[in-house]
Design a protein around this ligand. Structure first.
Ligand SMILES: [Fe+2]
Length: 425
């Protein structure tokens, strides 16, 4: 994913003064973001942090190292005079997908990296932290002007990996027959919040609407340029679809009726034997015996909360549910235009919301020059856009224009849905 560094710069008639304020602000945020990553890993053992449960998910230890590599490769090596790498082998081990920054260790084999040890990865983080704080404090004005947007990008990048630390560890723990909790059951922070009921439709008049990021403040480059779209009248649900509603879909044979599914979705249902969202535990399942549906989450196995937003859905399941409900998924333009509609709730902080929009470049989009140009643009094929933000997204990380994206079969994220339909009711 990539950023729009120019938009991250402060606008001012006194650029020097604001650059200094920005320097102080970024130094504080750098410390805060880096500390939070380590805190997220704190409940996990060294063994927990080394395992890779599937090619799409990465070990916690790798996330902790890769986010440090990003600062080293994008900020320190090109901009900090005299910077000495902690270990040049790490350039190979912890590069994710940047072709222009050299060869990489294969993604599906990240869990084989028992060395470096977790302690060495923490030492790597400490080394990069010290170098970054010295660089932020002491870089000459011209160097700082070029590098500061990349520091901002690195912080947003690390926040994205903070969410992945949680989604990836949840998948890993779900593979353990003991179904261990990431957190103690009484910890409230990462539970799905209760939704309002019943669902109400909000009518939207449509017409010309602007979408995308503009103005000051950070945004990834895939959110730009801001542009006009023409929307037909539509209606959008005031809240997310709940677990209770999704249980009705299952009880009505939702996973057994090919007419509700897109062709690729039905193929996935058959090939992977999907019968419920990921991490749902059916009544009578011997792994966690109970007479009712349960859900495995970061707090461990808990009874299904019928009013909580449904999560861990693929795009295919979201689209099939919408078909069953006599509705459809919103496009990302409809979602963004409804962001601040009166009465709308749960637009962020609960579950990412699948849209019916392919992850395509906006009109006029151009990737950034250099290595960071590989962040977003090259992934604009074969994926769907999700909007909003989830309970695992770091506070303050997203915006109404934020575009998340995953392949349609991905279901290990905190991804749910909001319904839409044609016509303004
Ligand atoms: Fe990354």
């Amino acid at each position: 994913m990539s950023a729009n560094p120019s938009s991250a710069k402060p606008s001012s008639a006194q650029p020097g003064r604001h650059a200094e304020i920005w320097r102080e602000s970024l130094a504080a945020r750098f410390s805060q973001v880096r500390t939070h990553s380590v805190a997220l890993a704190a409940p996990l053992s060294a063994e927990d942090q080394c395992v890779q449960s599937m090619p799409d998910a990465s070990p916690t230890k790798w996330h902790l190292a890769h986010t440090s590599w990003f600062f080293e490769a994008v900020v320190l090596s090109p901009h900090a005079t005299g910077y000495r790498a902690f270990d040049t082998c790490f350039f190979h081990l912890f590069n994710s997908y940047y072709e222009s920054l050299g060869p990489r260790h294969p993604r599906p084999q990240r869990g084989l990296l028992t060395r470096p040890s977790l302690d060495e990865v923490h030492a790597y983080r400490t080394h990069v932290d010290a170098a970054m704080q010295a660089f932020i404090a002491g870089a000459e004005a011209k160097v700082w002007e070029a590098a500061a947007p990349l520091v901002e990008l690195g912080l947003n990048h690390e926040q994205q990996h903070q969410e992945l630390i949680l989604t990836d560890i949840l998948h890993m723990l779900s593979c353990n027959p003991l179904l261990p909790a990431y957190e103690a059951a009484e910890a409230p922070a990462l539970r799905l919040a209760t939704a309002s009921v019943p669902l109400r439709w909000i009518g939207m008049a449509g017409g010309l609407s602007d979408m995308g990021h503009s103005g000051d403040g950070f945004a990834f480059d895939n959110e730009t340029p801001r542009h006009a779209v023409l929307l037909a009248p539509y209606s959008i649900a005031d809240r997310l679809v709940t677990c209770g509603e999704f249980a009705q879909f299952i009880a009505d044979g939702g996973y057994e009726r090919p007419g509700l599914w897109l062709s690729d979705g039905w193929a996935a249902v058959r090939a992977d034997n999907w019968q419920a969202p990921a991490y749902w535990i059916a009544p009578g399942d011997p792994q966690a015996p109970a007479g009712h549906w349960q859900v495995f989450g970061l707090n461990g196995v808990r009874p299904l909360d019928p009013s909580a937003p449904v999560s861990q859905l693929s795009f295919y399941e979201a689209a099939a549910y919408a078909e069953w409900a006599g509705a459809r998924l919103p496009t990302e333009a409809e979602w963004e235009a409804a962001y601040a509609a009166p009465g709308i709730t749960q637009m962020t902080g609960h579950a990412w919301q699948w849209t019916r929009s392919s992850y395509d470049p906006y009109p006029g989009f151009r990737p950034l020059a250099g290595a960071v140009g590989e962040y977003n643009g090259k992934f604009m094929v074969g994926q769907l856009v999700l909007r909003g933000g989830s309970l695992a997204t770091p506070a303050g990380h997203t915006r109404p224009t934020y575009r998340n994206f995953f392949p349609p079969g991905a279901r290990w994220q905190f991804s749910g849905l909001r319904l839409a339909k044609d016509g303004s009711c």
